[in-house]
Design a protein around this ligand. Structure first.
Ligand code: C2E
Ligand code: CA
Ligand code: CA
Ligand code: CA
Length: 279
């Protein structure tokens, strides 16, 4: 862009300003999103690779703003993470997910877990464990109905502190999985020290397993290693039957992806369970 003269620079500057302004507006409106009832959760099923049964749902946040329309999490989560807004939103997500878990157990589906994504800034807050415990109590669910998903990168600055918190939560039964596995740093270090139960292999790896034999071998080795460490393995972003077949052959435990279902609003998620049972 440098070569094409002064105007290009001006253009870039202008668009940067627009983005900064837009970010500011999004951040402002995000602070009020809960009160305005603009946030909701959708639930994506994770299925057992062998039986096809739903074992859990991942709660995924949605924001439908009166000002900005439907804003994807990839856009607003990073903005929320720049301030304590993420703590407020994160707390709401945990409470809402526990409420959904309560609904499932009231329907006699209490063995199905609900997982939530937790940001680093939530994790380092002094009241994180208390927030989780309170949400579980208030909803009246068993701690093992809730699972927390964290990414490796979330732990870089606070491994020891986080580790203490996870041990506390694991001790009462809350689940813990390592999200986006393979995209962060020092995966092996974390795996050995954290009380993790489940690895979620990032979609970017799953995308390659059908076309690339070496990739398939790689995933297969990760699954083997995880099993040696007594961890369960989830494949994320599974979109085709071919991928599913390969993953079943690799002994991958659980499958998440559009092949089975997109993330669904609460009612549809419950219908999805019933449909499976009816089949
Ligand atoms: P993630 O935790 O890795 O969640 C999986 C993402 O992959 C979701 O995107 C899901 O809709 C998408 N996905 C699932 N299966 C497929 C598939 O087969 N193909 C494709 N192309 N995509 C698939 P989503 O809902 O847009 O969320 C994006 C990210 O935003 C999440 O990635 C997570 O990092 C973050 N996020 C979402 N909700 C929350 C939340 O409540 N709190 C925090 N801190 N982060 C959240
Ligand atoms: Ca996740
Ligand atoms: Ca993920
Ligand atoms: Ca991701």
């Amino acid at each position: 862009a440098k070569g094409s003269g002064k105007n290009t620079w001006r253009f870039h500057e202008a668009s940067l300003q627009v983005t900064a302004y837009e970010n500011m507006m999004l951040k402002r409106d995000l602070r009020e999103a809960i009160e305005r009832g603009e946030l909701s959760l959708q639930y994506q099923p994770l299925v057992d690779a062998q039986s096809g049964c739903v074992v859990s749902f991942e709660a995924l946040l949605r924001w439908t703003s009166s000002e900005h329309g439907s804003v994807p999490p990839s856009r607003f989560i990073p903005l929320a993470e720049e301030s304590d807004t993420i703590r407020k939103i994160g707390k709401w997500v945990i409470e809402e997910a526990c409420r959904f878990a309560r609904k499932l157990s009231a329907m006699g589906k209490g063995e199905i877990r609900v997982s939530v994504n937790v940001s680093p800034r939530q994790l380092v807050a002094g009241d994180f464990v208390a927030i989780v415990c309170k949400a579980i109590d208030r909803a009246g669910i068993k701690p093992n109905q809730l699972e927390i998903e964290i990414t490796e990168n979330a732990l870089i600055d606070s491994l020891e502190d986080s580790n203490d918190k996870f041990r506390e939560l694991r001790a009462i039964g809350v689940g813990l999985s390592l999200d986006d596995f393979g995209t962060g740093y020092s995966s092996l270090t974390y795996l050995r020290s954290l009380p993790v139960e489940t690895l979620k292999i990032d979609k970017s790896f799953i995308d390659l397993i059908v076309s690339d034999e070496a990739q398939l071998q790689f995933i297969s080795s990760i699954v083997d290693m995880a099993h040696v460490l007594r961890l369960a393995v989830v494949a994320e972003g599974v979109e085709t039957k071919e991928q599913l077949e390969k993953l079943v052959k690799c002994q991958c435990d659980f499958i998440q992806g559009y092949l089975f279902s997109h993330p669904l609003p609460e009612k549809e998620a419950i219908l999805y369970l019933d449909r499976l049972i009816a089949e």
